[in-house]
Design a protein around this ligand. Structure first.
Ligand code: AMP
Length: 348
């Protein structure tokens, strides 16, 4: 049967689109690190003051790469505790676990019909994962960006605080939104990656290759749970060289990375001093790394200690999850009413 063009319908209650809705998530696949903080959590904390925020622990996403669920519960608890220790306030934002909001899976199913195999296969993160785990190239992994789009648009969010690695996924989410709206009627605003008008962040790894991440090369990533000695050890091992031999030389990537980390946690004066030392060929990388280690410890150690206290209180974390799921489901059920109406899935 030839496909028939659906006529554009106005969906009662869908317009105007809600404003100032924010959505983002982090997978419970390991310890949170500096990249998670500066790419995502820092903005969660700023946005929760003036926006309607939905933040979640993306446990369903983690199943695409971690089918063994024996460590899942402890991973979920850790992500909850570490986010709260960083300043996420579950009273201000809805902070929930993805699998506690089953509407996500329903929307994911509908969006899958609007996503095409060819474009999914071209996704950079999919190609990376195929290289890393050639033995587990499952359909969930292929459709990871579709699930992520469902998470975001389930609350009809416009703003998504994420790191630079998520740019392509956001573009795909906008494609699905446009396809849905075009086919069934305007239900969803287009979501945008958000970082307060600044460039999206990528926190580099300490070995000079790629970004900090939960699972690759633990010694090249600074975790929010690292103790002081380990932070010192990791930073002292960061790659450097003998220093520049001409004034105002361009910084090699691995040196630029150290300056970038310093920019995140050290004072402007400290950064300026080492920048001047570099430009006048007087830089001593040993001193720079020692200074960076102390500034990093001042940043990480209060978070580590607070997270440990929160993690010990399972009743509190359970309440956070239950309250968060309630808030998220209230928003999700409203969206799904609009979606089912728009799609013509209501027969009585
Ligand atoms: P993930 O750890 O992949 O679940 O990512 C959770 C959030 O942290 C996402 O918003 C990512 O964009 C962000 N993120 C992860 N690693 C980094 C990094 N190295 N630099 C900046 N943002 C990151």
């Amino acid at each position: 049967m030839p496909e028939q063009e659906q006529t554009q319908r106005v969906i009662p209650g869908a317009k105007p689109f809600p404003e100032n809705i924010v959505m983002s998530g982090i997978r419970p696949t390991g310890f949170l690190h500096l990249g998670n903080y500066f790419g995502a959590i820092r903005n969660y904390i700023r946005m929760q003051e003036n926006f309607t925020c939905y933040f979640m622990v993306a446990d369903l996403h983690s199943l695409t790469t971690h089918p063994d669920t024996s460590a899942l519960k402890s991973g979920v608890m850790r992500v909850l505790a570490e986010n709260i220790a960083c300043g996420l306030d579950p009273e201000k934002a809805a902070f929930y676990c993805q699998s506690h909001v089953p509407e996500t899976s329903e929307l994911y199913l509908y969006l899958n019909m609007l996503a095409y195999k060819g474009e999914l296969e071209k996704t950079v993160t999919f190609k990376d994962k195929v290289r890393q785990h050639p033995e587990n190239v499952n359909a969930g992994l292929l459709t990871y960006p579709v699930l992520q789009a469902a998470d975001i648009i389930l609350h009809r969010a416009s703003y998504v605080p994420v790191g630079k690695d998520q740019e392509q996924h956001l573009e795909m989410a906008r494609n699905y939104v446009n396809r849905f709206n075009h086919r069934y009627g305007d239900v969803f605003p287009e979501p945008q990656a958000f970082n307060f008008n600044e460039e999206l962040v990528k926190v580099p790894s300490l070995d000079g290759t790629g970004k900090m991440s939960k699972s690759e090369n633990n010694m090249a990533t600074l975790y929010l749970a690292d103790d002081d000695d380990l932070i010192r050890k990791k930073l002292m091992k960061a790659k450097t060289d003998n220093g520049p031999t001409t004034e105002f030389a361009e910084k090699p990537d691995y040196i630029e990375n150290i300056f970038q980390l310093m920019k995140l946690v050290s004072s402007e004066d400290v950064l300026k001093k080492f920048d001047e030392d570099y430009n006048s060929c007087r830089i001593r990388y040993g001193d720079m790394k020692k200074q960076l280690a102390e500034d990093m410890i001042r940043f990480i150690s209060p978070i580590r200690q607070k997270a440990a206290d929160i993690l010990a209180d399972e009743t509190y974390l359970k309440n956070v999850m239950m309250t968060g799921a309630e808030k998220a489901r209230e928003s999700a059920s409203k969206t799904m009413e609009l979606v089912r109406t728009a799609m013509g899935l209501k027969y009585f």
